[in-house]
Ligand binder design. Structure first.
Ligand SMILES: [Cu+2]
Length: 176
């Protein structure tokens, strides 16, 4: 005897009553969510414009090196603190298991923050604002960013990237 058999004829019973209602609510919600995605892409205030370029990890590391050398202003637990020129380019490198360097920005100034990974996929999650972006090797993802409040912001990696994933935290300092 086989365990795979046709169901008996007439097994299907069309949904009725409250089951019908719940299917209707789920469908309506699917439609709302589908519309919300493009809506938020165009009208959300924390979205990336999707600006990105091809870059090899070696070339990106070199740009980060030049950026750190020319704009370094301090040191935080062995990681350089780097202050880009207002309106200028800033670089942030992700690798197992570090964000490098620490960025120091000015409130209400706009920066082009280039983010890329040296090894595998990481997740840029800016706390406590909860802004999230994928960080991928070979992509220079440019975020046009204008800090609107001063303070110390943490970057955590929200894409599991190995044994030291939970230690992968960084900092963005914003001054008045
Ligand atoms: Cu990571």
């Amino acid at each position: 005897m086989s365990s795979i058999q046709s169901p008996p004829a007439g097994w299907f019973k069309a949904p009725s009553g409250s089951e019908r209602l719940w299917i209707g609510i789920a469908m309506a919600w699917c439609i709302v969510m589908t519309i919300a995605m493009p809506y938020w892409l165009f009208f959300g205030k924390q979205n990336s414009t999707g600006e990105s370029y091809r870059v090899t990890p070696a070339a990106f590391a070199k740009r980060v090196g030049t950026f750190v050398e020319s704009h370094k202003v301090g040191d935080l637990q062995g990681v350089p603190i780097v202050e880009p020129a207002p309106g200028g380019d800033a670089y942030l490198l992700a690798r197992m298991w570090q964000w490098y360097p620490v960025l120091k920005l000015r409130k209400n100034q706009t920066y082009r923050v280039h983010i890329s990974s040296m090894d595998l996929q990481h997740g840029f999650s800016l706390q406590p604002l909860n802004m999230n972006f994928q960080v991928l090797p070979t992509y220079d993802h440019v975020l046009t960013l204008t800090p609107t409040s001063a303070g110390e912001f943490s970057i955590v990696c929200n894409e599991f990237c190995g044994i030291g994933h939970h230690l992968m935290t960084g900092r963005i300092l914003v001054e008045e």
